[in-house]
Design a protein around this ligand. Sequence first.
Ligand SMILES: [Zn+2]
Ligand SMILES: [Zn+2]
Length: 435
Amino acid sequence: MSGGSGISYRFRPSDVSCPQASGKRREGDLRSKGSAGSETRAERETPFVRLRADLHIHTCLSPCADCGMVPTAIVTRAKAVGLEMIGVCDHNSTENAAAVMQAGRREALCVIPGIEITTCEEVHVLGLFETERDLAGIQTVVDEHLPGTNEEAAFGRQTIVDSWDQPVGSNARLLAGATTLSVEQVVDAIHCFRGLAVAAHIDRPSFGLVGHLGFIPAGLRLDAVEVSRRSPVRRYGSYPVVTSSDAHSLGDIGRSRTSLLVERASLEEFAKALRREGGRRVSLEMEDLSLHVLDIVENALSASADRVRILIHEDTGTDQMLLEIEDNGRGMDAEWCQRALDPFFTTKTTRRVGLGLPLLAQAARESGGALELISEPGRGTTVRAVFQLSHPDRKPLGDIAETLRMILGSRPDVGLRFDYTRDSEIIAALDTGGP
Ligand SMILES: [Zn+2]
Ligand SMILES: [Zn+2]
């Protein structure tokens, strides 16, 4: 390829036929900068719906994915775990996306076709597209810049299937490899075909933009960044943040998902939600209570707490589970408490509190419980969430030990006390002493 100097080389639209090469903006361009002001009144009055999306799912075409990742199984599983919108993003190939879209159409599940492109810096970038034509366009660019052939024994099978899961062929390219395109070129190529460019699992050391490169190149025109489930950081400059499962097996689907407040399930609406047009929103949804705990404790630490107490008590007699997190941070007055519980206020206006509280409140409500927030300026905050222990929608506790390790790893100076009891039995206890 020409250029050769890696990052400084810009993708040239003339490399491929590109509808935007003339600089004209096509109608329906996902990246067009709309605003609430330009919308018609009828549009604004359309009520929003809350949808759950997992926009990073692999199929059996990805060499590292399970061979059970076939269209009907993916769609069935996605619906079973309550998703309304999924994205299909195989490594460097789009060839199974249409099959999953068809399977989705039969079951009224919105399937966004996409691709996960590996850049020459070994960074993964997701491209999500509106039409199969745009998808074919990006595939042409990737094919021109993806060297190597696959060795099934070493990397795995790359099966192409139809919408009824029948194998119809296999891809011979080295999909596990990297393209010769830089991250800027990949983002430009995705935009050239009117797609959305999302930095995949940005926090991960392997193939994550920040985890691997250490930074987001200045001026990179990403539409969003995707964080992985366990990311302790959920803000990357002004980029909108989403999360997805990066599912390689059926059980992973929906394990991490993004909540959308939109008019309907579509890529266009998702794009508008990323730009917060007309009141649309995206927010992160977490699957395990241990991740909620991590989030709440992070809030506490950023509110200057140096002592945190986490209490989990399961009462099988009353069928209740109590999760209480108490800190000695700077606390909040009544008005701030109310704001902290508003999912769409906290994300936009303040860094003092994240999405943790509204999401935990939602998790409690969805499992027959409630959340209580007790706080006073200068006296710290207590978050108390109650769940129905046996409720089918109660999230599992998850890896609480890992959460504690992450807290202590990042802030060894903090005094942390943890008590986990069931009825009169002590399940786990930890007290680091500290201040
Ligand atoms: Zn990846
Ligand atoms: Zn992936």
